[in-house]
Ligand binder design. Structure first.
Ligand SMILES: Nc1nc2c(ncn2[C@@H]2O[C@H](COP(=O)(O)OP(=O)(O)OP(=O)(O)O)[C@@H](O)[C@H]2O)c(=O)[nH]1
Length: 340
């Protein structure tokens, strides 16, 4: 049986950063990876250095509902390729979208007639952003369910908050999920995935908020499973991207993004992008999570395709047009396109 590790956590909480670390550890060299992103423009596979045949980008959408069938198909495909000797892997890591409910994915593993004889639940790792977790847990059901589903919680961004706040957050997380062990990004990869490997049998954490026992199939429309389904229609969460063909002035851009997140960070859950900056050969990756702008990083090389800047936003109750107009007005770049 091949273990499937589910890597989950709210938008911008550090899943891809942790995945990058996991994949560079020798113990994880045999891992195949499935990545799912919310929104039509996937960037995470570009932001990961290790891209090979074992990395599959799933169609956009909410992993718990829209692409559940696709997860099953992707796992079946990986298994067939392995049977034919075309690839080899000894475990699978699935990085979910930051808005996913992990329970239906776990159920897919145990309920699917074929998958359940090849794959097993290899453990749930949930990243929790120490800067933004307070509000997210309070206001977003998805964030709470991701924490409740965890076997291990990895606290990220503890370098950006005071030690007392980290201690308080740990206490709060322990109340939501007393069975999960809590780590930070300072812990070794070995300790984070110990017991999650081939041949290991994880004992799932005693979860505080057990979901209903009902097992859905791909056509299930039971409302109880669609807590996170509501995120994209009823609560007005949308994703869109800005595409800019001209090179961007870094100072202008930085000022614009800082002001934008300062003003609208409550409603901008996530912004990430790959930028063509004037005077730079290599692309620059940028990340914002609510009011927080992370340090930009240079990527090794441009992904395939045109050298254009792409910014993906995940917003709640905010007009994409407002962002587009403000970007154009601030940077003086009129040729800005949006994609839904
Ligand atoms: N300072 C600091 N930054 C971090 C840490 N972990 C992640 N980040 C930064 O947080 C930003 C978002 O990280 P990602 O790994 O892209 O987050 P994600 O959960 O994959 O994001 P989505 O897939 O959009 O939900 C990036 O700029 C990371 O460099 C951490 O422990 N400390």
């Amino acid at each position: 049986m091949t273990p499937v590790i589910l890597l989950t956590g709210f938008l911008g909480s550090g899943k891809t950063t942790l995945l990058q670390r996991l994949l560079t550890d020798p113990s994880m060299q045999g891992a195949a990876v499935l990545i799912n992103e919310f929104g039509d423009v996937g960037l995470d596979h570009h932001l990961l250095d290790r891209i090979d045949d074992n990395v599959v980008l799933l169609k956009s959408g909410c992993i718990c509902c829209t692409v559940r069938g696709e997860v099953a198909d992707a796992l079946s495909n990986l298994d067939s390729l392995r049977t034919r000797g075309e690839i080899s892997f000894d475990r699978v890591v699935i990085e979910t979208t930051g808005l996913a409910d992990p329970y239906p994915v776990l159920q897919t593993l145990t309920a699917h007639p074929v998958l359940r004889s090849h794959f097993t639940n290899g453990g749930v790792l949930t990243t929790v952003d120490a800067v933004n977790a307070g509000g997210q847990v309070e206001h977003r059901a998805e964030a709470a369910r991701q924490i409740a589903a965890a076997d291990r919680i990895v606290l990220t961004k503890t370098d950006l908050v005071a030690a007392d706040d980290v201690a308080r957050l740990k206490q709060r997380l322990s109340k939501i999920n007393p069975g999960a062990s809590i780590y930070t990004t300072l812990d070794s990869v070995e300790s984070l995935v110990a017991g999650f490997g081939p041949g290991d049998h994880i004992v799932p954490a005693a979860r505080a908020t057990q979901p209903e026992d009902h097992v859905c199939d791909a056509h299930c429309d039971h409302a109880h499973h669609h807590v996170s389904h509501h995120h994209d229609d009823q609560l007005g969460i949308i994703s869109f991207s800005l595409i800019i063909d001209a090179e961007i002035d870094w100072t202008m851009f930085g000022t614009w993004l800082t002001l934008l997140l300062n003003r609208y960070g409550d409603r901008i859950f996530r912004v990430k992008g790959i930028l063509a900056i004037a005077g730079e050969d290599r692309p620059v990756a940028i990340h914002g999570v609510q009011h927080l702008v992370h340090a930009p990083t240079h990527m090794e090389h441009w992904p395939e395709g045109p050298r254009q800047s792409r910014l993906v936003f995940i917003l709640e109750d905010l007009s994409p047009d407002l962002i587009k107009r403000s970007f154009a007005a601030f940077t003086g770049l009129a040729q800005v396109r949006t994609a839904a």
